[in-house]
Design a protein around this ligand. Sequence first.
Ligand SMILES: O=C(CO)[C@@H](O)[C@H](O)COP(=O)(O)O
Ligand SMILES: [Fe+2]
Length: 195
Amino acid sequence: MMDSGADYLHLDVMDGHFVPNLTFGHPLVKCLRPKVPRAFFDLHMMVAEPEKWVTDMADAGADQYTFHIEATDNPLALARKIREAGMKAGIGLKPGTPVEEVLPVVEAVDMVLVMTVEPGFGGQAFMADMMAKVEFLRRSFPHLDIEVDGGVGPATIDACAKAGANMIVSGSAVVKANDPRAVISQLRNSVVKEL
Ligand SMILES: O=C(CO)[C@@H](O)[C@H](O)COP(=O)(O)O
Ligand SMILES: [Fe+2]
């Protein structure tokens, strides 16, 4: 993916509790780090108790640690802990969570992740109604990193870019493409046009 022009790698960590699927944890991130030494690792932590893995993920070489607001009682303390560990902090919202819930935390994080599918699985259909959340965040915070994740590809990127997203996660649309480089380039061009 990096050789095909990706700006960063989005790593989906799932624990079988917060979401009904299981992927990997910090040992795999640690293994991957020396194979792609310059890649920015964006950790999407779909886990219960996201506080638990901050130090291990920082030690494994993660650059950004995105937890879900639904998974913690104290997002401010967690954001602080992530930054103190030397990583950027991201906060994610499931589709059913109102965007206003992140307002008390926005100033303490580097990025807000607006999920455009229910977290847990790749290959699901893009939820266009989530663009209202992105528009609201972009209007309120012109310099915030806003990430969209789930069902994003050539058919849905323009809606994301127009709404104001600037960090794009694309799984199936890139890895299943005959020409991943062309798809990544198309996604980037759509975002750059709106900046
Ligand atoms: O976090 C998630 C799903 O929980 C995402 O990162 C997806 O895995 C992206 O895959 P596509 O929807 O683009 O196939
Ligand atoms: Fe993700």
